[in-house]
Write a protein that binds this ligand. Structure first.
Ligand SMILES: Cc1cc2nc3c(=O)[nH]c(=O)nc-3n(C[C@H](O)[C@H](O)[C@H](O)COP(=O)(O)OP(=O)(O)OC[C@H]3O[C@@H](n4cnc5c(N)ncnc54)[C@H](O)[C@@H]3O)c2cc1C
Ligand SMILES: Cc1cc2nc3c(=O)[nH]c(=O)nc-3n(C[C@H](O)[C@H](O)[C@H](O)COP(=O)(O)O)c2cc1C
Length: 755
């Protein structure tokens, strides 16, 4: 059902594998009707098609139009980058190739046949629902397929033109109501496609919701005329009902088959057009489906294996597509970046292409970006990987962008740091990071997470910290930041390597939170709801701890307002159900955290920066919304936070985080580029390439790296050697290790190159 790429290709492959089977394709349109223009494929995708069906592969390759460059136009500047390697084909041509190949194999094709009820195929062994993004079959059997459809924030219209774009072209134009962009590329010797995209509210403000297709085209020609060289824009979607402007629907189904009916292609899942993978996914589905069916055996088992294989692939692509789709949805966040950095941000927007990959594609462009960033940071010779650029916050100067993220060691007794802490922090400081954070250091005995947490409520603890800070200052170029926190409802729990978050087996102390809600129902203690007196007393404890920290010589202070601890419990609506002036609206929920910031800031020297760590998402229904997040970040910044350290989650145990590399960085990007506030990104940043691309794209100013520093305290020194960056400070005691490492890495690179 449906004669798009998924339907036709699965028919071809099945007919090839099962020549005696009768295979029919029913399509509501005529063979030459198509709502689209061009389709893009990568070399890797094409290799899979060659193996699946050589004749159609050869015909597709014959019709390809190749190009290598991407042009980005913004604020009158044009930035060209090369080495991207795309191939495009006209959608109509692709469908005609598949139709011809299907006919030659004996597939029966019926056009202009709209299927309203699949009962007409009651005798079929298998019904393949390849009926596209608005699949009727998927809707009809929704209880079985359990689809989730996310209607996105932008509107787009898919147009064609005779203008021959020399490169894949992105152009951005601002109107009185907001930004519009085009994604344009040539897919044949005569034709190019132009997708015009804008936010829903901008589209409405221009009256485009009421415009005809012709009026929409006139509007787009006026706005983007300078890129069209006098050519007109055209639509081939006039036969579609309703507006030619579409919303992208992100579709995913829990089950892809029921009885003998199976979903394939856009009917089962979609991938945003900005990563151009919908047709690829549809055709690769067809390869997997035909392979499993042609193995014989039970159809249900075959469909089960098909879903298992393809669902994972679709999820991976959707996750990469999400970042890029959100980049385009929120273009206004980035338009204040210089055109060079804007382009870098666009090209790395999916977080799949990083600094190294971009350098392979276009070393000249990456060199320009590095030089410009170095110039802005006052680095004279301009040759500096972004992760090794210096950074200044108030008067604090950091030698690079790597931060050792706070990590509880659970090794203190009565809050006292000891020799473990001296060696642990000392080793990380001599390991090359620009800034080392202490673990969450608690402001009172009852504010500890576990009996092993460090604290700072007395002079003995201050003196023990002073010894560690003294070592860091005397023996490294690193600065050291004190993270202060109060455990709240997650206090009085077991050590990290025991049953973390579970109450102590004995000797529990009373705990306190914004509201009397236990962390784990039926397991955790019920916390006391903090009274106004408690709030004032705890604020004073934070001030005392900060004062002791200043006496110990720390360079910076961070207040821990993330991960469900006391201050975080006020920020999240999931944990704050108060009805007084500390609960309810975001202004009220932020009041106590802001009071603590103001009180601590008031005793800090003017030149010393203050950081605040937040959980930017609770990963749970009813948690912090995007609007809440921005209001919170703004309020915390206004209260005196110089930098926001953007983590997520751990607010409630039923959270459902979406993990992946750099998975929290989009939240840092959101805050930094919406509010123009410095940020620290954290979470699964484990390669120097990640740090380089985050800093260069402006998604964060600093990158906090936690677990990799547990495995390797010299993570930064190692990265400097790998990147052949000579400007990184090394302890002089270790210089002979440095030169050997550099030699060995260079030799390994030469051998790898030769192989
Ligand atoms: C603006 C835009 C740009 C895109 N750019 C790219 C790109 O560059 N590269 C890429 O790979 N993908 C791109 N895609 C995605 C791509 O078009 C789809 O992912 C791909 O076509 C999916 O193939 P399909 O066969 O599953 O669905 P479709 O191509 O949508 O085919 C479904 C077919 O089913 C038919 N049909 C539906 N209902 C019935 C019915 N009841 N009876 C009979 N027939 C029916 C329809 O007429 C249609 O022909 C883009 C999509 C959009 C919207
Ligand atoms: C053992 C361990 C202890 C941690 N303790 C703290 C802490 O005390 N304070 C804090 O803010 N985050 C703490 N975290 C979270 C890390 O700082 C960091 O946000 C998280 O591990 C994600 O970064 P990564 O992927 O680089 O590990 C801890 C993480 C680990 C692994």
């Amino acid at each position: 059902m449906g004669g798009g790429p998924a339907g036709l290709y699965s028919a071809i492959l099945l007919k090839q594998a099962l020549p005696r089977a009768r295979i029919e394709v029913h399509e509501r349109n005529k063979p030459d009707d198509t709502f689209g223009w061009g389709v893009v494929f990568s070399d890797q995708t094409m290799a899979g098609f060659a193996a699946a069906d050589a004749p159609s592969h050869a015909a597709i390759v014959d019709s390809f139009y190749h190009w290598d460059d991407i042009d980005v136009h913004i604020h009158g500047a044009a930035i060209r980058t090369g080495g991207h390697g795309f191939a495009g084909i006209e959608r109509k041509r692709l469908l005609n190739i598949l139709q011809e190949r299907a006919a030659s194999l004996g597939v029966e094709q019926t056009f202009q046949h709209e299927i309203r009820d699949e009962a007409e195929f009651a005798d079929a062994d298998l019904l393949i629902a390849a009926d596209g993004v608005n699949s009727r079959v998927r809707q009809q059997y929704a209880p079985a397929f359990e689809p989730s459809v996310d209607v996105r924030k932008c509107r787009f219209i898919w147009l064609g033109t005779t203008q021959r774009f020399p490169a894949f072209t992105f152009a951005f134009e601002k109107t009185e109501h907001g930004w519009f962009q085009i994604h344009a590329y040539q897919f044949s010797t005569e034709l190019s496609t132009v997708i015009v995209e804008t936010r829903e509210e901008t589209w409405r403000a221009h009256g485009l919701d009421r415009a005809t297709t012709d009026e929409s085209i006139e509007f787009a020609e006026r706005l983007f005329g300078k890129y069209l060289g006098g050519a007109r824009l055209m639509s081939n979607a006039r036969h579609l009902r309703g507006s030619a402007w579409l919303n992208f629907n992100r579709v995913l189904c829990r089950r892809w088959f029921t009885r003998n009916i199976v979903l394939i292609g856009d009917a089962a899942h979609t991938a945003h057009f900005s990563i151009g993978s919908g047709t690829k996914l549809a055709m690769e589905d067809a390869i997997a489906l035909s392979r499993e069916i042609s193995r014989g055996g039970d159809v249900g088992d075959a469909l089960h294996r098909y879903q298992e294989e393809r669902e994972l692939e679709a999820l991976k692509l959707q996750s990469a597509a999400r970042n890029r789709m959100e980049w385009f949805e929120n273009v206004a966040r980035y338009t204040d970046l210089e055109p060079l950095q804007f382009t870098y941000s666009l090209l790395t927007g999916s977080q799949r292409i990083g600094h190294d990959n971009l350098k392979l594609r276009d070393a000249g462009f990456v060199g320009d970006v590095e030089r410009r960033l170095a110039q802005r940071c006052g680095v004279a010779d301009g040759k500096c990987p972004p992760m090794f650029l210096p950074f200044k916050l108030r008067d604090l100067e950091l030698v690079n962008r790597v931060v050792v993220s706070p990590m509880a060691q659970y090794s203190a007794v009565d809050g006292m740091p000891n020799d473990w802490h001296l060696v642990h922090y000392g080793a990380r400081a001599t390991g090359g990071a620009g800034l080392v954070f202490t673990e969450m250091t608690c402001v009172s005995p009852h504010g500890r997470i576990s009996p092993g947490c460090t604290g700072l409520w007395n002079e003995a603890q201050r003196d023990a910290w002073r010894r560690i800070v003294g070592f860091v200052h005397e023996h490294s170029d690193a600065k050291i930041c004190l993270q202060l926190g109060h455990s709240g409802r997650k206090g009085s729990t077991q050590l990290g390597w025991e049953r973390a978050d579970y109450p102590l087996e004995s000797d529990n102390w009373p705990i306190i939170s914004a509201s009397p809600l236990p962390y784990i129902d039926g397991v955790s203690q019920v916390p006391k709801q903090a009274s106004e007196e408690d709030i004032a007393a705890i604020t004073a404890e934070f001030v005392l701890a900060a004062r002791l920290g200043l006496q110990a010589g720390f360079d910076m202070i961070e207040l821990h307002m993330a991960h469900g601890y006391l201050l975080a419990s006020f920020l999240s609506p999931l944990t704050n159900q108060r009805t007084d002036r500390y609960g309810g609206s975001i202004e009220n929920r932020v009041r106590f955290p802001a009071e603590v910031i103001q009180a601590v800031r008031a005793i800090m020297p003017a030149g010393m920066p203050l950081s605040v760590r937040i959980s930017a998402s609770d990963w749970a229904q009813g948690g912090l919304s995007d609007d809440d997040l921005i209001a919170t970040a703004r309020a915390l910044h206004e209260a005196g936070a110089d930098v926001l350290d953007v983590s997520t989650g751990q607010t409630v145990p039923w959270q459902k985080p979406v993990y992946g590399r750099m998975y929290q960085t989009p939240f840092s990007d959101f805050i930094r580029n919406t509010l123009n506030v410095p940020t620290i990104a954290v979470g699964n940043i484990y390669e120097p390439d990640h740090v380089n691309s985050i800093v260069a794209s402006g998604r964060a100013d600093l990158c906090a790296v936690a677990r990799p520093h547990l495995a390797n305290p010299n993570w930064t020194l190692q990265a400097a050697a790998q990147l052949q960056h000579s400007g990184q400070w090394w302890p002089q005691q270790y210089l002979s290790g440095k030169s050997q490492l550099e030699r060995n890495l260079q030799r390994a690179a030469l051998i790898a190159g030769a192989v």
